[in-house]
Write a protein that binds this ligand. Structure first.
Ligand code: SAM
Length: 301
């Protein structure tokens, strides 16, 4: 299958290249912002798991480029394991969001001030072992949440990619303990056939007894210890009762007239024959090293 056929199959992929976004994910953040006005009044923002950087591009355009008259520029920090090509107004950090030092580096850039908005589009490399993949994804969300609780100002917003698996309602309850409103949002640019969605958590309101912590050795359940959410209790009559869990409202966002990410569109013949180059080539793709070794004759295949 050629590059141009992918351009046809996935209109968001093509549109991203036409509009200069490094990845089609840009449309997800744009559609989430259309629905929830996430960027209103935001001066300090952290984009976790940011490479190749389309969300950071959106943040740069909306907060930096569109407000150049502002005397104090906003602070946008993008963090990823992978190196990222520079973006105007964005400080990039090549770091692991599960590592405690990452928090101090972000706080240093913010001069000790808290963030107004933290977003995470994190996804680990898939191993194909379903249970392991689900576990790693859950750990990544927990790491993003732990960082957020240490960084966000009261009233601030947290948005993160989730996969709507079996225990997702438990996560909504846990987040409801920390935020005023928790919504599960599905932008139109996110494929309907995928379990991917985004939790939009508005109004951070940690209780006075809440101690933000950064420790991935604790389970999600222990992280929320004291919140008393979703635990099974053995009552006198020897049957288990589960505490009620929250159901987060589910909102599909993006204009109904916007493209359907699962549909195949027909471009006019001339356009469909022109394949567009990627906006930003990979900075350090894993195949680069393999090619180098092959050139030196150190690997055969
Ligand atoms: N939002 C990005 C954009 O718009 O270009 C796309 C993010 S991509 C779907 C997921 C990213 O998560 C990858 O770049 C990966 O390197 C990053 N990631 C996974 N685990 C991470 C970790 N522990 N720390 C930092 N980044 C991580």
């Amino acid at each position: 299958m050629g590059k141009s056929s992918k351009d046809k199959r996935d209109l968001y992929y093509r549109k991203a290249k036409e509009e200069g976004w490094r990845a089609r994910s840009a449309f997800k953040l744009l559609q989430l912002n259309d629905q929830f006005q996430l960027f209103k009044g935001v001066r300090r923002v952290v984009d976790l798991c940011a490479a190749p950087g389309s969300w950071s591009q959106v943040l740069s355009r909306e907060l930096y480029e569109n407000n150049k008259d502002n005397e104090v520029p906003p602070k946008i920090v993008a963090v990823d394991l992978q190196p990222m090509a520079p973006i105007d107004g964005v400080t990039t950090l090549q770091a692991d969001i599960t590592h405690p030092k990452t928090l101090s580096k972000i706080l240093e850039i913010f001069g000790g001030e808290p963030a107004d908005f933290v977003c995470s589009d994190g996804a680990p490399d898939v191993t194909g072992l379903h249970d392991l993949d689900e576990y790693i994804q859950a750990q990544l969300i927990l790491a993003a949440l732990q960082l957020t609780t240490c960084l966000l100002r009261p009233g601030g917003t947290f948005v993160a990619k989730i996969f709507r698996g079996r225990d997702i309602d438990l996560m909504y309850s846990q987040l409801g303990f920390l935020f005023d409103k928790v919504i599960c949002a599905k932008p139109r640019s996110s494929r309907g056939t995928s379990l991917e969605a985004f939790i939009v958590c508005l109004g951070y309101k940690p209780s006075s007894t809440w101690k933000p912590s950064l420790d991935l050795n604790v389970s999600t359940e222990d992280f929320f210890k004291g919140a008393n959410i979703g635990r099974y209790e053995l009552n006198d009559e020897l049957h288990y009762e589960e505490e009620s869990r929250n159901v987060a409202p589910f909102i599909a966002c993006g204009d109904l007239s916007s493209y359907d990410s699962d549909a195949t569109y027909t471009l006019d013949n001339y356009i469909s024959r022109i394949s567009l180059e990627p906006v930003q080539g990979p900075t350090a793709p894993p195949y680069k090293k393999a090619l180098e070794l092959k050139r030196k004759g150190e690997i055969k295949r």
